[in-house]
Design a protein around this ligand. Sequence first.
Ligand code: RIB
Length: 300
Amino acid sequence: MAILNYGSLNVDHTYHVPHLVRPGETISATTFDVAPGGKGANQSAAAALASASVTHIGQVAEGGRFLIDELSARGVDTSGIRLGDVPTGRAIIQVDDAAENSIVLFSGANRAFAPGDVDSALDSAFERLPGEESAGGHVLLLQNEVAHVGHAIATGHERGLSVCLNPAPMTPAVADYPLELVDTLVVNEVEGAALVGGEANEEIFENLVAAYPHAAVILTVGADGVYAAQGAEVVRVEAERVEVVDTTGAGDTFIGYYLARRQVGDGFEGALRIANHAAALAVGRQGAMPSIPALAEVLA
Ligand code: RIB
C-alpha cells in the first residue's frame, strides 16, 4: 500500500520574535532560519520517516530544487514533482517566545497545476507503483495549499483511492469540495468549527462525526489532544505534557505518522497514539520538516 500526496512544497523563512508583530509595528527577530516546509511536503516527509511508501506530487522552480533533495533524503519518491518557471512556494513564519506562530503564505508553484495535470500526475504516480493492479488500499493525501483540491478529491475517489483530506489552511472554497467522498478527515479546532460549527472541542467533534458519518474523523487540538472516530470506534488521546518550542509542522507530523502506521497494519487507536507521540516530539524542536522525528526515536 502506498500514499500519493498531492501537496505543497515551501521554503520556510522563520523569524523568532519576542511577540508576533502587531499592525504598524516594526520589531527585530532574534534568529532567522531558512528550511524546507509546506504542509504537503512535511506530511510526505513524516510518512516516509515513519517507513511508509510515499510519492509526492507537486511543483517547484529551480531555486526550490533543494526541497526535492530534502524529501528524497527522507525516503520520499519525488518523481511526481515537476520543475517549472513559477516561483517556488514560500512561507514567512513568526514564532514568538510563547511558541505561538503566525504564517504568511506565497503559493507560487503550488498552484501551478491545472485540473488535467492533477489527473495525469495521479495516474502516472499510480502506474509507477510496483506490481499494483488496483487502487484498493492506497491513499490519496491532500491539504489545502495546492490548486484544484476539490477536483483531486473526486479524481482520487473515482480511481478507487482512499482519500485523506487535511483542509489546512481553511478557506471558504473548502465548503464546495465534495467532502462526502473523503474517507479520512483530519482537522484542528479552527478548521473543524469553520466546517460544522461549535465552540467547545467536544461539540465541534460531535458535529463533525454527525456531518461525515462515513469518514474517519480526527480532530487535533494541540494541548487538548486528539478526538477521533471511525464508525463505532471513538478514541480520545490526551496531549503529552512537553516543553513547547515551536508547533510549526506538528499537525503535519501527526498526519504523516498516522497514515504510515495504518499502512503497516496498526489499528485506529494504536496509529493515533504513535502519531500523537511523534507530534509531541516535533513541538520540542524548531522548524517544520527539520523537527519531524525518525521512527526509531518515536517507537523508543
Ligand atoms: O504546517 C506547517 C507549514 O505550513 C509550514 O512548513 C509552512 O510552509 C506552511 O505551509
